[in-house]
Design a protein around this ligand. Structure first.
Ligand code: SF4
Length: 326
């Protein structure tokens, strides 16, 4: 992590509720609380890992921070400036600063465009450079992500999954962003390719001073890249702290359960398994009290009634939302 812990991005009380429509008039009858009051801080130059099961709202949170969605409530401050309520045109300068890398590069790359066209597009949209300059920048991007110059005239289908993700990374780098949101960026890749892409992301972070929000359902992957980690459950952050604390002394039963699901290389040191039973409840009808109480092995009566707040878990910057101490 960067020595100067300056926040590049901060969210407070961030909510994204999607209307759920029904009846013959398709009126909004309820809402899906995908992100439900998230306070999050990302320091400049660090990697914050955002972890949770599928359906916990982490991708929606990433897209809301990138302002692909307009928040229902709450604040998003990028380098101290509020961007949560900006209109489309006002967002233009921030589009250059915050970029996303998606899980499936094949879906996010236009199959009818050559790689040269795909990488040139951000410069065209933002009206940057002459045609010659843009071509030069595209070649530099390809070199940065380890692809040959000859890739320019080829199409996405001609590349392997790992190479396509390199194209996705090159496109995200085109406008020299400060913050990159990696949304399950290596989840679709084979393990050996995963580590190549993770190493590339780490090298680029060092070279370009990038900040990452690294979203994944897999704590084992996040462990390799994160300075700090935030655990998300049912639209809320339930624990956050530096990576070492989260792995060595998790304070929330959900984090403990996610950790015991990681395969251990040493069979003599297998931690007692805490199996996560059931699925994440519906964000349309979240449980009262603690959102995790329907699956928590330590549930008490008060957990069903009283919602815990995110509070100090004993160590500086280690926060958990649980009534009990473990
Ligand atoms: Fe479990 Fe209660 Fe803590 Fe929620 S508040 S995680 S139900 S012990």
């Amino acid at each position: 992590m960067s020595e100067k812990a300056t926040p590049i991005l901060e969210t407070t009380g961030l909510k994204l509720h999607f209307p759920v429509r029904g009846g013959i008039f398709q009126r909004a009858t309820n809402s899906c609380k995908a992100v439900d009051g998230v306070d999050l801080l990302i320091n400049s130059g660090e990697t914050l890992g955002l972890v949770g099961e599928s359906g916990c709202g982490k991708s929606t949170l990433g897209k809301t921070i990138a302002r692909l969605y307009k928040p229902t409530a709450g604040n998003i401050r990028f380098e101290g400036q509020e961007i949560g309520d900006l209109k489309r045109k006002e967002l233009q300068p921030f589009r250059r600063e915050i970029q996303m890398i998606f899980q499936d590069p094949y879906e996010s790359l236009n199959p009818r465009q050559t790689v040269g066209g795909i990488l040139e597009e951000p410069y065209v949209i933002h009206k940057l450079g002459t045609r010659e300059e843009r071509r030069k920048w595209v070649k530099e991007l390809l070199e940065k992500v380890g692809l040959p110059e000859s890739s320019i005239n080829r199409f996405p289908f001609e590349f392997s999954g790992g190479q396509r993700q390199r194209i996705g990374i090159a496109r995200a780098l085109a406008l020299k962003p400060k913050l990159i949101i990696c949304d399950e960026a290596v989840s679709a890749l084979d393990v050996s390719i995963q580590s190549q892409i993770l190493n590339l992301l780490l090298d680029l972070q060092k070279e370009l001073g990038l900040t990452y929000l690294f979203i994944s359902h897999d704590l084992a992957v996040v462990k390799h890249v994160s300075d700090r980690i935030a655990i998300m459950y049912l639209g809320r952050i339930v624990e956050t702290g530096d990576a070492e604390t989260i792995y060595q002394k998790p304070a929330h039963p959900y984090t403990q359960a996610l950790l015991t699901a990681i395969p251990v290389p040493d069979p003599e040191h297998i931690p007692s398994k805490q199996i996560l039973e059931g699925d994440v409840p519906s964000p349309i009808h979240p449980p009262d009290g603690c959102p995790f109480h329907t699956r928590c092995p330590h549930v008490e009566e008060r957990c069903r009634i009283e919602e815990p707040v995110l509070e100090n878990a004993g160590k500086k910057e280690h926060l958990k939302s649980c009534h009990l101490n473990f």
